[in-house]
Design a binder for this molecule. Sequence first.
Ligand code: 2U9
Length: 348
Amino acid sequence: MSLKNDLDNLKQKGLAQIQEVDSTKVLNDIRVSLLGKKGPITNVLRGMKDLSAEERPKVGAFANEVRDTLTEAIEAKKDELQAQVLNKKLQEETIDVTLPGRPVSVGTSHVLSQVMDNIEELFIGMGYQVVDGPEVEEDHYNFEMMNMPKDHPARDMQDTFYITQNVLMRTHTSPVQARTLEKHDFSKGPLKMISPGRVYRRDTDDATHSHQFHQIEGLVVDKHITMADLKGTLEVLARHFFGEDREIRLRPSYFPFTEPSVEVDVSCFNCNGEGCAVCKHTGWIEVLGAGMVHPNVIKNAGVDPEVYGGFAFGLGPDRFAMLKYGIDDIRQFYLNDIRFLHQFKVED
Ligand code: 2U9
């Protein structure tokens, strides 16, 4: 029965080895070395052909028992090791749900967007539509339709970025209004619109000039529109943006696209009109240009100026923001310095 002894030794040694293992890889190596094709049990089974017919089934049954015992022990050890790995991982990855969260830095809309949104909301509330248009514009819409033909001296007032002879970066948002007026169907009611957006002029950048800035222009066209409508509308705007106690005054001016044209002052929000550094001791601050739409502009859009007329105005959101928040350099709006931008953080 030396084969049976060999098998018994194998079982005892194997079980001892399995017991000591501490990694699944080594355990697998042991499985291969004990139970694999070149392992000792297979070897014993091969030697059974030399046994007597009486011994063979006994040794065969015992060999199977040894193989089953070792296989079970290996499986049990494998489960144990896997459970250990899992427990270790679970312990290492413990999350303290009571820890406070890390603060997330939330951005804010740009101060110019805030100013423009604020003014847009006011006009939407008064029934105006907000209209967008191309920044790369045709000479025809930017100048020609706005009563500034090729030889008009007003074209010298606005140095322009030309792309081709007839294509340019718009110098104001007026072409959006001209395009909308041209398409408007007056049988459906009056035209009431504002056009906010970027505009471009060939200026050298300094504290008060930027080659790119913003405008919001307004246009109302209908029958029987008067300058009183214009003044009332601008008063609402001035009080909405600069404070309920503001007054406005209109001074004669000149624009090619309005006649008469006015410049609009608001009473100083800093000194209430008494005189201070903000209003240069005049009590008034210039904030807008405006006027009654020139009959030529109405006609250029294919509308009868004998029947229809209107008012228009233009304002600079950059200037509005500078006045309201005491910003002394227009370039701040375009530098994207986070320290500047964060000062205008709004809480939701
Ligand atoms: C149409 C007809 C008339 C738009 C107008 C102004 C007066 C004006 C400037 C003020 C400072 C722009 O921000 S600024 O640089 N604008 O003074 N703009 S009336 O008049 C129009 C526009 C479109 C069809």
